[in-house]
Design a protein around this ligand. Structure first.
Ligand code: GDP
Length: 360
């Protein structure tokens, strides 16, 4: 499964956030293949459609899609030089598919800040600098080899050009994720190098009540990290929220004037950032969201349920979630001409409710 690595300076609230995520983990009963690892939190992707589907089909249980977060402890200044935890830290980041950077915005005189003051933009710069330096080292090692290969006509000149463009972005102090579009760099060309700053980024700003109300500061921070997504949450509040039952939690959220918990926001943004989407299936046993990559075709999507479904794919009967709810049942949707038979080239859309037809 794709994972999102959580990083940040010490004392910004990473553990508080990660503990809240693990308290919010999906029930293993629905996910028999999920292994529980201490530094991985597997959280449900909030999806209100599942409850509505279950009503239509009389499903016994809901099985949401999941998002996996990995706690990557230990970034310090000098990490790119392999000091202390540095090497292990960098190896863990390389394995993650996206990076979630937790940054402290809350002010609390009782919680020491490693640099002596609360300054989100300076914290972000500290961490990004380490990642940028590590990527530059990777490129500096790889470029001479590719240059040689290109000289003897064995290497790919486009790869070499992309690597040099990457160096110039990084030398300007920008992550590849933020700088690629402006420099017309196609990150897919250098994917084999597994550069860390080429991964998609999400920023979590750990904020207290005052900060959550402060729209103008939030706007500035959003601009600072664009095109990455920014989420503002209060990690301590989130950790209290996950201890409550559903009704109490909803009441506490409403009291705080929030439509959705920060953890739910993080799961949704994380899922999207990983380039994932869902399609839906439903029956008397379960209403379920299945995870696929954006752009996948119907047979690929079928393969997520079972490889036989992909191999023996004939067609997919697809009803959009909205049409299904509006008509009230599969039979009614069919009668209204809202059920489509799609073939093997069909590209799945988010919210497709699907039944696959296949040969075994
Ligand atoms: P980590 O080192 O980044 O993992 O940070 P921790 O999660 O251990 O948090 C460091 C300290 O800050 C702990 O004492 C937390 O209770 C406190 N803390 C975490 N989040 C918040 C918050 O949103 N507000 C306040 N006031 N304190 C927090």
């Amino acid at each position: 499964a794709l994972t999102i690595g959580i990083v940040g300076l010490p004392n910004v609230g990473k553990s508080t956030l990660f503990n809240a995520l693990t308290r919010n983990q999906v029930l293993a009963a629905n996910y028999p293949f999920a292994t529980i690892e201490p530094n991985v939190g597997v959280v449900p992707l909030p999806d209100e459609r599942l409850g509505k589907l279950a009503e239509v089909f009389g499903s016994e249980r809901l099985v949401p899609a999941t998002v996996s977060f990995v706690d990557i402890a230990g970034i310090v200044k000098g990490a790119s030089e392999g000091e202390g935890l540095g090497n292990k830290f960098l190896a863990n980041i390389r394995e993650a598919d996206a990076i979630c950077q937790v940054t402290r915005v809350f002010s609390d005189p009782d919680v020491v800040h490693v640099d002596g003051k609360v300054d989100p933009s300076s914290d972000i710069e500290t961490i990004n600098t380490e990642l940028i330096l590590a990527d530059l080292q990777t490129l500096e090692k790889a470029i001479p080899r590719v240059e040689k290969e290109v000289k003897i006509k064995k290497g790919d000149p486009k790869l070499l050009e992309a690597m040099n463009t990457a160096v110039s972005i990084l030398e300007s102090g920008t992550t590849l994720f933020a700088g690629a579009a402006g420099a017309k760099l196609d990150l897919a060309e250098i994917a084999s190098l597994q550069l860390m700053t080429a991964k998609p980024f999400i920023y979590v700003f750990n904020t207290d009540d005052a900060g959550l109300a402060d729209q103008s500061t939030q706007e500035k921070l959003r601009e600072l990290v664009a095109p990455a997504d920014a989420i503002f949450l209060d990690a301590q509040f989130e950790s209290e929220l996950v201890e409550l039952d559903e009704d109490e939690a909803a009441e506490m959220l409403a009291d705080a004037g929030q439509a959705e918990s920060g953890l739910d926001q993080l799961a949704r943004v994380g899922f999207h950032t990983l380039g994932l989407q869902t399609y839906l299936t439903a029956g008397p046993k379960e209403a379920r969201a299945w995870t696929i990559r954006q752009g996948w075709t119907a047979p690929q999507a079928a393969g997520v349920i079972h490889t036989d479904f992909e191999r023996g794919f004939i067609k997919a009967e697809v009803i959009s979630f909205e049409d299904l709810i509006e008509t009230g049942s599969v039979a009614a949707a069919r009668a209204a001409g809202k059920a489509r038979m799609e073939g093997k080239d069909y590209v799945m859309k988010d919210g497709d409710v699907v039944e696959f037809r296949f040969n075994v």
